[in-house]
Design a protein around this ligand. Structure first.
Ligand code: UD1
Length: 420
């Protein structure tokens, strides 16, 4: 089993590339099921989640070819609309094939994803929307068995869900009539999916507002699309700069995608400068300062950046209250952070109180999920001495060769093979 070995307290300086977002490329790959024409995606990062979804799509008959940071998908010979448990259990976003399969082929059988480390993560909103659109849905033997045809509908989401929004948009674009979605998610990855679908010929209005209006079209065509830059990877390197008083230029990154995180970091005297080809983060004069954080839907502070900031606030002067409002179990990294010397009290399942300490010390710790795991790597970059971060397969899901990028910036980090 692989682990990261980090010797902390090295200043990070230099330039790295930020490629397309994991959370955008996954729904966009699923959207390739909506047409028989090729969908050519650029700015793609070869994350392990991308590979898992590619395998699932290939198991259905999708033709996939890969090049340097690009991938072409063609669904002109789909032989199966079955998404097996083996894939969906490994990666929840595989469930998102449900909407496009149902709208294009009229039936789908997709494994339920089950819970995961950060919470129960139900799919009731996905199923509610598809039922409103006329799908006959049964849950049997761990699978959602859905049969169309779909019709247009007016859908009110009682709660904002990124996945349910993706799935419903993909179901609606090929469905005759006008489907209205109230209270959709507004994340940049949703906007990126919509932008792809528009290039494919979809008719979608109200983009970026609380009401999406989708007029179904008969068929969609192929296109080329560059995936929006990964805002969580951008935030990760911004925090890495902050924790090491470094200066990092991220080619391809966009400040407007990380406004809430940047506003928080600016309180610690970290400077951001958007340039034409990327984003500069200058933390050479950083003085880490306590600040409250409340995670919420976009454009609020992203839950995926909460673990990154808890590592940073562990070293910030003063007390910070961190409230997690999206997922019910997203503090799994905290006990590990405490093993590195952080002073954090878990007040309840949604809130922690951090009292900044002057130094963290290296330790052997274990990742329990993707962002919690990378939060531990960030803490290790700032800590005195050696840390071993175990179970980094969680981190590989969302960061392509993280150690290479950090090495490029001057970090002392190695991927090591530990005996099982
Ligand atoms: C996506 C992101 C994930 C991010 C999350 C919130 C991807 C691949 N994943 O996950 O990185 O942390 O958005 O920004 O893009 N919920 C229900 N019923 C449902 C669906 C969701 O109650 O049918 C709840 C969830 O349990 C959670 C909240 O809604 O408490 C938000 O979840 P959602 O926005 O759906 O997250 P994902 O799309 O799974």
């Amino acid at each position: 089993m692989y682990a990261f070995r980090v010797i902390g307290q090295k200043k990070l300086n230099g330039t790295i590339e930020i490629f397309g977002a994991k959370n955008a490329v996954l729904p966009i790959m699923a959207a390739a099921l909506l047409t028989k024409d090729p969908i050519h995606l650029t700015n793609v990062s070869y994350l392990s989640d991308v590979m898992i979804l590619a395998q699932l799509l290939e198991s259905m008959g999708m033709k996939i070819t890969q090049g340097q940071n690009e991938i072409t998908l063609q669904a002109n010979n789909i032989m199966s609309t079955h998404a097996d448990y083996d894939y969906v259990s490994k990666m929840r976003a595989s469930f998102w094939v449900l909407g496009p399969l149902l709208s294009r082929f009229g039936h789908a059988e997709v494994s339920l994803p089950g819970g995961c480390a950060i919470g129960t993560r139900p799919v009731d909103l996905y199923l509610m929307a598809l039922k409103e659109m006329g799908a006959d849905i049964r849950v049997e033997n761990g699978y959602v068995k859905a049969v169309g045809p779909l019709h247009s509908a007016e859908i009110f989401f009682p709660k904002i869900s990124v996945g349910a929004t993706h799935n419903t948009i993909m179901a609606a674009v090929l469905t005759k009539g006008t489907t209205i979605i109230h209270n959709p998610a507004l994340e940049p990855e949703i906007i990126d999916l919509i932008s792809l679908l528009q290039k494919m010929g979809a008719n979608i209005q109200g983009i970026g507002t609380k009401t999406l209006i989708i007029n179904g079209v008969e068929q969609l065509n192929g296109c080329t699309h560059a995936i929006v830059p990964d805002r969580i990877e951008t935030a990760t390197f911004a925090v890495a700069a902050a924790l090491t008083q470094g200066k990092i230029f991220m080619r391809g990154a966009r400040l407007n995608l990380i406004s809430a995180v940047a506003d928080t970091l600016k309180k610690s005297n970290i400077r951001f400068e958007q340039q034409t080809d990327g984003l500069l983060v200058d933390a050479q004069k950083a003085t880490l300062t306590a600040t409250p954080i409340i995670t919420c839907e976009y454009p609020g502070f992203p839950t995926d950046a909460q673990a990154l900031l808890t590592s940073l606030l562990s070293l910030a002067k003063g007390e910070s209250l961190v409230e997690e409002r999206i997922f019910e179990n997203r503090f799994m990294h905290i006990p590990e952070l405490k093993r590195m010397g952080a002073n954090i009290r878990i007040l309840n399942s949604h809130t922690v109180l951090i009292r900044g300490v002057s130094e963290l010390s290296g330790a052997t710790v274990m990742s329990s999920d993707l962002r919690g795991g990378v939060g531990l790597v960030l803490a290790a970059l700032a800590a005195k001495g050696e840390s071993i971060i175990q179970r980094i397969y969680h981190i590989d899901r969302g960061y392509y060769q993280l150690e290479n990028k950090l090495q490029q910036l001057g970090a002392d980090i190695q991927r090591i093979n530990l005996p099982d």
